[in-house]
Structures are given as structure tokens and as C-alpha cells.
Design a binder for this molecule. Structure first.
Ligand code: KIV
Ligand code: ZN
Length: 386
């Protein structure tokens, strides 16, 4: 039996915090509409106290995007919470997401407060947030490097103050999958009142483990996963939404979690994000990268032409990518050349095809790949010669 999991998208907050990814109000609105079509449960629309523009984008999204819950981030300070509360006021379903660091490193070196002060500040902030909405999320920043008994006491205090979701971020991407699964299991078992709240996972990708850690946290009992489109976010980024979704679709046997996501929208929203930020995704990025459904080597192209399941574990169509591409390059074989020539309207004898193939390889040796136009020129020349 699969377990339902809430998808909390933070592209417009944690994602937008990354250098080079800042967005203006109309761009954030356009993305929020696409996230709604994608089916995310919660959109974290911004950090209202950070700037007038951020506050305005949260307010406009809250006003105009009515399907998902709209969340606004706030530190555990009265001014932040008031600002977030005002920004989400127009939402049909609004959430205040308040956070404070709980690791000794952050308390001593960054916040310069004691554990007791931190606990009191957190509980007070949650109680204040409840005056604006009955949907309050508390995050213990740097949770995975926090002392577990102390963190347990903070979580119990914020639950008593009215928190409904408890997020335990792996803020610096330090955890490993087996560790974070055990960690969620242990915290959920230790916290009194844990059955009253939803536990959430928020993983960063500093060691390239954000997605693996998020799935492991779900195995450990988390029921909300925080992620971003294309995995954008602070430093190396957050867990990539498209990867999480497709793991649960392609490997439902090992990751039996149901997310209410329309997977065919994945490529479109990824493209819109790159267009609006001007930041391309890496070519080999899983699911949405330019090469995710492209094949160049002869052995792979031959397999693909016989049965696509030889080298594709999901269809491009299932994630909204228009089609598989067989790219012609120096590693390509005769099968792909023949198929491309046929698509271009050429029927060749074996000898002619051999000639086309040799010329294509000679050209490919001098450049990255051979385009359809270049192949058509070679094909026309060979036809004329024979
Ligand atoms: O990574 C983190 O700890 C965060 C919190 C603000 C939730 O982004
Ligand atoms: Zn984060």
C-alpha cells in the first residue's frame, strides 16, 4: 500500500535565494500558476520581511493562486511573523512557516543565544503565528546536526504552542540516507504528541544526496517533502522535485509514496524556470536535462530502435518531454543514420548508406554532432553521385 505524501515546493523561496535566480513579481506569479497546474500541495511563495517585492509576490500569489496552500517564511521574530501573516491573508489556505536554528553551532556562533532562549523564542513565535492562521509550520534549522534530546524538547514545545507541521531540515546537506531514515524514526518515536503533526523533510544537495536523503526520510516517517524545480536552491541546491516524483512512479516497488503531481507538466515548468531565470539546467540533469532522453552511441541507438526499454526506464512523454532524440555523432552507428535518412525521405542501397555513414563520421570527428540539415546535405550529395 502506497502512503500519501505532501509536496511542499520552495522554488520561489529557497530556490530563489540562490545567486542568479532572483525573480520579480510577475515571474513568480507565472511560476506559481504552473506549480498549481503541476499539482503541488504547498507553494512557499517567499520571505515577506526580506523585501517589498517579496512581500508583494507572496500577497499576489495568495490572492490569485487558490488551489495549493500558500506559505510564507518568517524568522521567529514578531516583525517577521506579522509581515508573513499579512502577506498570506488573502489566501484561501495560508501557512506561516517560522524557523530558528537548533544546533549548538548555530546557537553559539551565529545566534549567540542559549538553548533555553531558543526554545522559548520558537514556542512564542509559533503561538503568535497561530493568531494569523491555524496552519503553522515550524522548522528547526540545522536539525540534522542538532542534539537529539534537545531538539525533541523544542519540537514538543512548538507542538504545545500550536505547530501543525514540523520540518527537520538537513540544512547543509550533511546527512546520509541510512542516517536520516533512522533519525526521522527516532525523533518521531521520541516526541510526545508526534501523532498530532506532520513531519517534513527538507534536504540540501551539498554532497549530492538531497533526493536520496528525502526518499530515506519518507521511509523514516516524514509525510511532507520539500523540494524545488530543477533542484535549485542555496549553494548546491535542494532536492529536485522532478526526480522525487519520478522515483515514486518508476520505482513504486521501493519508494511506495503517492504524490498528487501531474508528471506530464514537469518538463514545461522546468523550461519556464530556466527561461525566467536565464539559468540553464545541466545537459545530463535527470528527467529534464537536454540529454535525459538523448542517445548518441551506436550500441544504444541500435537498442533503442529495436526496443526503447533497453535504454529508457521511462518515456519522455510521461514527463512532458516531446520526444527521444537520437543524436548523430562520432559514436553513432549505421542503424541510426539509416533511420534518420529514412525520416528525411531517402531510401538508400547498402553501398550508398555506407558512403553516407562514412561521410557523417568524418564530419562528426571535426565537430560535436551532426545536425539533420548536415545529414540531409550529405545524403543529397551521395544520391547525386550514385
Ligand atoms: O535549509 C533550511 O534549513 C531552510 C529553512 C529555512 C527551512 O531553508
Ligand atoms: Zn533550505
Amino acid at each position: 500500500m502506497a502512503t500519501d505524501v505532501l509536496v511542499f515546493d520552495t522554488t520561489l523561496r529557497d530556490g530563489e535565494q540562490a545567486p542568479g535566480f532572483s525573480l520579480r513579481v510577475p515571474e513568480k506569479l507565472a511560476l506559481a500558476r504552473r506549480l498549481e497546474a503541476l499539482g503541488v500541495d504547498i507553494i512557499e511563495a517567499g520571505f515577506p520581511i526580506a523585501s517589498v517585492d517579496d512581500a508583494e509576490s507572496v500577497r499576489r500569489i495568495a490572492q490569485e493562486v487558490q488551489g495549493p496552500t500558500i506559505a510564507a517564511l518568517a524568522r521567529c521574530t514578531p516583525a517577521d511573523i506579522e509581515c508573513a501573516g499579512k502577506a498570506i491573508a488573502p489566501a484561501r489556505k495560508g501557512r506561516i512557516h517560522t524557523f530558528i536554528a537548533t544546533s549548538d553551532l548555530h546557537l553559539e556562533r551565529k545566534l549567540r543565544i542559549s538553548r533555553e532562549q531558543c526554545l522559548e523564542t520558537a514556542a512564542r513565535a509559533v503561538a503568535q503565528a497561530r493568531q494569523f492562521t491555524d496552519d503553522v509550520q515550524f522548522s528547526a534549522e540545522d536539525a540534522t546536526r542538532s542534539d537529539m534530546p534537545y531538539l525533541t524538547s523544542v519540537i514538543e514545545a512548538v507542538i504545545a504552542a500550536g505547530a501543525t507541521t514540523i520540518n527537520l531540515p538537513d540544512t547543509v546537506g550533511y546527512s546520509t540516507p541510512d542516517e536520516i531514515r533512522d533519525y526521522f524514526q527516532a525523533i518521531i518515536a521520541a516526541v510526545r504528541g508526534s501523532e498530532k503533526v506532520i513531519f517534513s523533510t527538507h534536504c540540501h544537495d551539498d554532497l549530492g544526496l538531497a533526493v536520496a536523503n528525502s526518499i530515506a526520510a519518507l521511509h523514516g516517517g516524514a509525510r511532507q517533502v520539500e523540494c524545488t524545480i530543477n533542484g535549485i536552491g542555496e549553494r548546491a541546491g535542494n532536492a529536485a522535485l522532478e526526480e522525487l516524483v519520478m522515483i515514486t512512479r518508476v520505482r513504486a516497488d521501493r519508494a511506495p509514496f503517492t504524490m498528487r503531481i501531474e508528471a506530464r507538466e514537469l518538463f514545461g515548468v522546468s523550461q519556464l524556470l530556466t527561461e525566467l531565470t536565464g539559468e540553464a539546467v545541466q545537459a545530463n540533469k535527470a528527467i529534464v536535462g537536454r540529454n535525459a532522453f538523448a542517445h548518441e552511441s551506436g550500441i544504444h541507438q541500435d537498442g533503442m530502435l529495436k526496443d526503447r526499454r533497453t535504454y529508457e526506464i521511462m518515456s519522455p512523454d510521461s514527463v512532458g518531454v516531446p520526444k527521444t532524440t537520437l543524436v548523430l555523432g562520432k559514436h553513432s552507428g549505421r542503424h541510426a543514420v539509416a533511420q534518420k535518412c529514412e525520416a528525411l525521405g531517402y531510401a538508400f542501397s547498402k553501398r550508398e548508406l555506407d558512403q553516407v555513414y562514412r561521410q557523417m563520421i568524418a564530419l562528426a570527428d571535426t565537430q560535436k554532432h551532426v545536425s539533420d540539415e548536415e545529414l540531409a546535405a550529405i545524403a543529397a550529395q551521395v544520391k547525386a553521385e550514385y
